[in-house]
Write a protein that binds this ligand. Structure first.
Ligand code: PLP
Length: 413
């Protein structure tokens, strides 16, 4: 029997944390040596420096560093005045936090199909729009931006906002600009599993002055009282008090170092993915995930969508015979990224007994959920085989993985 295609062990590991070195340790330690500066509101604020650096790097007018990507999404929605009575369209394949951010601001999530981009299907979004729809959130899963031109066209046609959940796609671009730039707000996550990480953290990015002030009030209950001067950015925004998503200075210090590494990290993951793609034969039994703008893809994942449901298991077995074990994107309960497993949402269980916000008198819609409500997404996810690409991997890994895929595809006949 011939040797397996995978001869070099495929290392596991995260993307961002794999690039950790003494620089992150020193940056965090420097903050800890000045405990009186652990609080973000002082002239030397590390969080403020991080935000300024984010703005300079991305070109967004405003960056707000908060404690999580979920908080950043809630900021994005509040920035647009999305709240009770409103529906927000989210995709069937995204981390549950995209939907929970809607609930956090009192809006009702409506779940729409994905297509072979593994992000929102613009055609289904159009079907799901009702008079109550105020915003759409597209999630760029595993570093791959969704079909933004089409989604922006739908949003524009129906007069609704488009928010981008780039929590898994930090640093992704679309047509040469950072994702979110031509939409109505964008969220990044800097949690442990992300492209860059500070353990826990998130960033809300916007070009809208008023939205940035509203997001700031959403993120700090005493926002107006810290004399940050935020109110001067848009003096007509009324002051309100909401949640506390205030960021931590130690996290900001780590995040600044990671931001400096972002280009190098992405250059490496993109190069690895290019090597893989370049070594793949023309597929027979699968299609590659549709990537609308390959240049903007973070390069941290590769997905094959097997053409026929009945070929999925034989293809997985043929890959395993080559030493490559890939799972379908449809994993067993409780996958956090598939709507059918979002029990609390499927059952409309709110944080209070009254099933808020579905029963809010302001909500005049009638959204219903069921575990089989997005059959197209479930079908695509069961046929999608995914590979994570991390900094721990090598060019040799990519070549061997491509060889395994080519051999398995050919073996299927
Ligand atoms: C697509 C997506 N959206 C939102 C989030 C929320 O980010 P965080 O965990 O930082 O709140 C995540 C995090 O895993 C995510 O993957």
């Amino acid at each position: 029997m011939s040797e397996k295609a995978i001869r070099t062990p495929i290392p596991s590991g995260g993307v961002g944390w794999y690039s950790f070195d003494e620089r992150e340790v020193e940056a965090a330690t420097a903050v800890l040596r000045n405990p009186e500066k652990l609080w973000r509101y002082h002239p030397d604020s590390v969080s403020s420096k991080f935000e300024a650096e984010l703005e300079a790097k991305t070109g967004f007018k405003h960056a707000l560093f908060v404690n999580s990507g979920t908080s950043a999404l809630a900021c994005a929605l509040t920035a647009l005045n999305v709240g009770p009575g409103d529906e927000v369209i989210v995709q069937a394949y995204t981390y549950i936090a995209t939907a929970s951010a809607c609930l956090e601001v009192g809006a009702v999530p409506v779940i729409a199909e994905i297509d072979e981009s593994l992000a929102l299907d613009p055609a289904d979004v159009e079907r799901k729009i009702t008079p109550h729809t105020k915003a759409i959130i597209v999630t760029h899963m595993q570093g791959v931006p969704g079909c933004l031109d089409d989604l922006r066209a739908v949003a524009k046609k129906h007069g609704v906002y488009l928010v981008e959940d780039a929590c898994q796609a930090v640093g992704s671009k679309y047509k040469g600009k950072y994702t979110g730039m031509d939409s109505d707000g964008c969220a990044w996550s800097l949690n442990y599993y992300k492209v860059i990480t500070c353990g826990e953290g998130g960033v809300f990015l916007t070009n809208d002055d008023r939205g940035s002030v509203r997001a700031y009030y959403q993120s700090d209950p005493a926002g107006r009282m810290w004399e940050t001067g935020m109110e001067n950015v848009a003096p007509d925004v009324h002051v309100f008090t909401r949640a506390c998503y205030r960021a931590n200075e130690v996290s900001a210090a780590i995040a600044r170092v990671q931001l400096e590494k972002l280009d190098d990290i992405l250059a490496r993951t993109r190069r690895l993915k290019k090597t893989l793609l370049g070594a793949l034969n023309e597929p027979i039994h699968y299609r590659r995930q549709h990537v609308d703008d390959p240049e903007g893809d973070c390069g941290i994942s590769f997905a094959m969508i097997v053409k026929r449901q009945e070929d999925v298991e034989p293809f997985k077995e043929a890959l395993a015979a080559q030493g490559l074990n890939l799972d379908s994107a449809f994993s067993a309960f409780p996958d956090r990224h598939i709507y059918a497993y979002w029990d609390s949402i499927m059952n409309k269980v709110g944080g209070s007994e009254k099933n808020y916000p579905w029963n809010d008198p302001k909500y005049q819609g009638n959204v219903e959920y069921s575990r089989d409500m997005c059959p197209q997404s479930l079908d695509i996810l069961t046929r999608s085989l995914r590979l994570g690409i991390t900094l721990a991997m090598s060019e040799q890994n990519m070549l061997e993985i491509a060889e395994a895929i080519n051999r398995a595809d050919a073996a299927l006949g």
